[in-house]
Every structure is written in C-alpha cells, then in structure tokens.
Design a protein around this ligand. Structure first.
Ligand code: DUR
Ligand code: ZN
Length: 136
C-alpha cells in the first residue's frame, strides 16, 4: 500500500468514528484528497426518514464542493467500514463519483482489519450516465 493510501485510509477510519448512524449502526468513514493537497473527510449521517441518509463518500465530496472545489479537482478517495472485506460504495455514491471525479481517479477501499483494495471511479461505475461527457 502506498503512503498516500495509508494516510487517507487512516483519516477515513478517524472520520468513521464521527458517523451518525443510529439506525443501521453501520459506521463509514471517507477521506478525499484534492490535487492541491487539501483533505476533506466524511462520515455517514442518517435520519429517521431513512431516504435522507447520506453516505460517508458523498459527505466528503459535498463538503469539498461546498468549500469551493470543482469537478476534477480531486486526486484520490479512501473509504473504510467494519466489513469482512473492503467496503463497497453504494450505487448513489458511484454515480456522484463519476460526475465529480476523473474516471481514472484512484479509490482505496478498506476495512478495519487492514484489508485494502484499489479501484478507480470508472471501474466502480462503467458507462456512467452523464449529461456532459467527461473522459472514461
Ligand atoms: O459505502 C457506503 C455504504 C453504506 N454507507 C452508509 C449508508 C447508511 O448510513 C449505512 C447503511 O447502509 O451505511 C456509506 O456511508 N458508505
Ligand atoms: Zn453511498
């Protein structure tokens, strides 16, 4: 595992501890790195109206956008949860990743046991729907 992946997964694990998940009790953390070296963390935030639950990945991406980042500004994302295998992002997050991140952006998926799987945005959602095509 490279140093950036290790650092980002460590931050994702810390962000996971801030998850608000009283309904599923499934805590997830994410850490997003921008090309200019900034970091944005995310955790899942649930709601009694279950459809409003927001995943860790989207929390990180949306807070980066809210801070002024633009699509394509991102270099890598790490996500972790307490799963037997590296956590697998949901379809909604894959769609948001496909819109905001470059197709070849690395995504590091981890678990608390230290397993790690490297993938990319395009591998997570091949043939993603887009109104304005980006590469991939
Ligand atoms: O990759 C994932 C998968 C699930 N969740 C959240 C959504 C919900 O709060 C809880 C159970 O699905 O986990 C994430 O944050 N990221
Ligand atoms: Zn999701």
């Amino acid at each position: 595992m490279n140093e950036t992946a290790e650092t980002l997964l460590h931050e994702a694990r810390q962000a996971r501890e801030r998850a608000y998940a009283p309904y599923s009790h499934f805590l997830v953390g994410a850490a997003l790195l921008t090309r200019d070296g900034r970091r944005f963390d995310g955790c899942n935030v649930e709601n009694a109206a279950y459809g409003l639950c927001n995943c860790a990945e989207r929390t990180a991406l949306f807070s980066a956008i809210a801070a002024g980042c633009k699509p394509g500004d991102f270099a890598a994302l790490a996500v972790t949860a307490d799963t037997p295998e590296p956590v697998s992002p949901c379809g909604a997050c894959r769609q948001v990743l496909a819109e905001l991140c470059d197709a070849d952006m690395p995504v590091w998926l981890g678990n608390l046991g230290g397993k790690m799987q490297q993938t990319t945005v395009a591998d997570l959602l091949p043939g993603a729907f887009r109104l304005e095509p980006r590469q991939g």
